[in-house]
Design a protein around this ligand. Sequence first.
Ligand code: HEC
Length: 110
Amino acid sequence: MNKVRSVLTIGAALCLMGTGLSLPAHAADEANGKALALKWCAACHVVAEDQDIVSGASLPSFFDVANGGAYTEESLKTFLADPHPKMPDMALTNFEIADLARYILSLKED
Ligand code: HEC
């Protein structure tokens, strides 16, 4: 009986460790992506419907990016990690890049 209990305890401890270990993994966060887009991208791109500044009309809006079919989440991340020369290098972290890519593609219409 005691042995069973200690096996259960070890099992529970391993489970807890498992959750602990999985915490640092980053799930792309769309809401944060939107906040980042409004902060870093809205000066040049139209990034959201509720954006107050309407900027460079000739640049692709994030709606165009999402619906144009040219980008997948992966290729968008690659683009943002090494931005277009005409774009400032904003030194985004990989987490910020993942959030932005997730947000931009959330603008895709079905
Ligand atoms: C200083 C102005 C500026 C800022 C700030 C800026 N961009 Fe850009 N962006 C550009 C320009 C210029 C282009 C190139 C457009 C072209 O060559 O047709 C571009 C192109 C892009 C493209 C490619 C669009 C396409 O059709 O291929 C994406 C995606 C993009 N930007 C995302 C972002 C994101 C995300 C941010 C914020 C992290 C951002 N941009 C911030 C100016 C900017």
